[in-house]
Ligand binder design. Structure first.
Ligand SMILES: *Cc1c(COP(=O)(O)O)cnc(C)c1O
Length: 442
């Protein structure tokens, strides 16, 4: 049994969520806010349809417009990423990786990626941790050597490791650059050559930094030697939750089959339309946006450091991306700090830092907190607001003044309720207003 009260309970929770976020500081580095136009196509009829396969070669009827939308999405992404082949069907970044691993590997192969404490992601993790890569063909995972002082892949040690693995007979098929804690561009150029020498394909997981890459503010993996790049469409690329694969033309046929039928049946057609709109927004506003994001991240890091906070990478310029990492061990650990900040309407997450495991810290109680400025930037915040964000964070970390922190957060947010870098400035929070009203109040 269920009645209207169950229904109302859910819609009310969604409204409460929107209200909470409208008066909070969203600092999760993997999140962003999409424009109203993008969010409206997510609510369109496309979300009820099937279109397995490739445009023009569908398994389902009714795809007259869907095919045109998907071909446009592909064309826009090709322009945005200067890519020969694009597949916009993966329903998330992890699913894009899953398709790439499936296409490029066989049983007994291995893959090299960053370990999680050094910034890696579960989708390139080992089988014993239920990592996506390990679950495909039992892929063995090797780790890049890491240079903690520079918060980056250690070029010489990683080269040695690649050559040693090859000499031992390891079947290393891919090296996967990128990561979840990704402060600086990685040595794609330096390592791709060695990878190819030993038969490993250089890939780049740009889940986090796709928007910065598209905006010309990070590195450009496909020009630096990567043959394939996967990404999420909702992190610095401010679109719907989803994934995409871009690659050199020669990988196209293999990827297409790995996506369908390999790792999905239907893909999410409303998301394909939303991705297309996002790519169009990014072709026009991406440069301005990405520039503001990296300037904001640096400004936030610099101010926090001035205030005495321990920002990772103090001697190397803190960050060149949308993220900064704080060492919060002086306050306890990242788990404690995450909860405290949330109680003060500051939404950020805990982060394993290099060296944490050796120090006996782990995923629930790591030494760090990761902050991202992509969403605040899209809400229109600039350098001045970053000063205030840093001051608020400092107060939150060093006091128990919950109501003062909340008041300052809500004051700062009052004038930042709209989505910018889009063809039309639009409200960031609109659920339950206008369109949705008739359902939830009937
Ligand atoms: C977020 C992330 C992913 C996964 O993306 P989803 O879209 O959440 O599936 C993959 N790789 C890296 C490095 C990430 O940070």
């Amino acid at each position: 049994m269920s009645d209207l009260s169950d229904y109302r309970k859910i819609t009310s929770l969604v409204k409460q969520h929107e209200k909470w976020f409208s008066e909070s500081l969203p600092l999760i580095a993997s999140e962003n806010v999409a424009s109203r136009g993008v969010r409206e196509v997510l609510a369109s009829d496309l979300g009820q349809r099937y279109a397995e396969g490739w445009p023009g070669e569908r398994v389902y009827a009714g795809c007259r417009y869907i095919d045109q939308i998907e071909l446009s999405a592909i064309d826009l992404a090709k322009r945005l990423f200067k890519a020969e082949f694009v597949d916009v069907r993966p329903v998330s970044g992890a699913c894009a990786n899953l398709a790439v691993y499936s296409a490029l590997s066989e049983p007994n192969d291995s893959l090299m990626a960053l370990s999680i404490p050094n910034g890696g992601h579960v989708s390139a993790g080992k089988k014993e941790f239920s990592g996506t890569a390990g679950l495909v063909h039992g892929l063995q995972i090797e780790y890049f050597a890491f240079d903690k002082a520079n918060m980056n892949i250690d070029i010489d040690e990683s080269k040695k490791k690649l050559r040693a693995l090859h000499a031992e007979g390891s079947r290393l098929k891919m090296i996967m650059f990128g990561g979840s804690l990704l402060l600086f561009p990685q040595p794609v150029r330096e390592l791709s050559e060695v990878a190819l020498e030993i038969g490993a394909i250089p890939c780049y997981d740009a889940a986090h930094v796709a928007g910065l890459i598209a905006g010309g503010e990070f590195q450009d993996p496909l020009r630096e030697g990567a043959h394939l790049m996967t990404f999420s469409t909702h992190k610095t690329l401010f679109g719907p939750q989803g994934g995409t694969i871009v690659a050199k033309a020669e990988y196209g046929e293999g990827i297409k089959k790995a996506v369908f039928p390999g790792t999905s049946s239907n893909h999410h057609l409303h998301n394909v339309a939303a991705k297309a709109l996002t790519f169009a927004e990014f072709l026009k506003y991406g440069r301005a946006y990405a520039g503001d994001v990296v300037r904001n991240a640096f400004a936030l890091a610099e101010r926090l450091s001035e205030l005495g906070e321990k920002v990772i990478g103090e001697n190397i310029g803190y960050t060149k991306s949308h993220q900064i990492a704080l060492d919060v061990t002086r306050y306890g650990d990242g788990g404690f700090v995450e909860k405290k900040l949330e109680s003060m309407n500051i939404i950020a997450n805990r982060q394993l830092l290099p060296g944490d495991l050796q120090a006996g810290r782990h995923y629930t109680n790591p030494g760090g907190v990761r902050l991202g400025v992509s969403e605040l930037t899209r809400l229109g915040m600039k350098k001045n607001e970053m000063q205030e964000v840093a001051d608020i964070l400092h107060l939150a970390l060093n006091s128990e003044k919950t109501s003062e922190v909340k008041r300052r957060v809500s004051r700062l947010r009052r004038s930042h309720q709209e989505v910018h870098y889009s063809f039309k400035t639009s409200a960031a929070y609109f659920y339950g207003q206008a369109g949705a009203k008739s359902v939830s109040s009937s």
